[in-house]
Design a binder for this molecule. Structure first.
Ligand SMILES: [Zn+2]
Length: 152
């Protein structure tokens, strides 16, 4: 029964082992553990009044302070090909994954560029950076938050 969930939606090859599968599934979800931690820290830092997973905005940012036009992306290292920790490619179907990751990274860039052009300020928080130094991630958002909104 448990294996059935690895079949998912058929868009990706079925992972050959459970560890890869678990990593992939975990990276797809909303409300991941690092994300919950980040939101908790934002709350404690007094940064409130945000919405999460805003699907009306390009790229569906994880955290959005609409009145301040701040969008925060919490990027999982695996899917977004984090430059800091260089996650390994899956050993099987590597051509597929390489192409997919290339598209993911290109899409991330396009989304950020689009939002910036529309007056949004963006913070990209990498999963591994957040784990290593959560305070720094908060400060990054705090700096945007406390700055005056740019004239548009
Ligand atoms: Zn990373």
């Amino acid at each position: 029964m448990k294996r059935l969930k690895y079949l998912r939606d058929g868009r990706a090859p079925i992972p050959k082992n459970e560890t890869v599968s678990r990593v992939m599934s975990a990276n797809r979800g909303k409300n991941t553990v690092p994300e919950i931690k980040l939101r908790k820290s934002l709350w404690e830092a007094g940064l409130r009044g945000y919405r999460t997973h805003v699907s009306t905005l390009r790229g569906k940012p994880d955290i959005v302070f609409a009145s301040k036009k701040i969008a925060v992306f919490m990027n999982g290292c695996f899917w977004h090909r984090c430059p800091f920790c260089r996650q390994k490619l899956p050993k099987t179907n590597s051509a597929f994954w390489q192409a997919k990751f290339k598209r993911n990274v290109a899409r991330d860039k396009r989304n950020v560029t689009f939002l910036r052009r529309n007056g949004w300020r963006i913070a990209v928080i990498r999963e591994c950076r957040l784990k290593k130094n959560p305070q720094r991630a908060i400060e990054k958002i705090y700096r945007l938050y406390s700055r005056q909104s740019p004239e548009i």
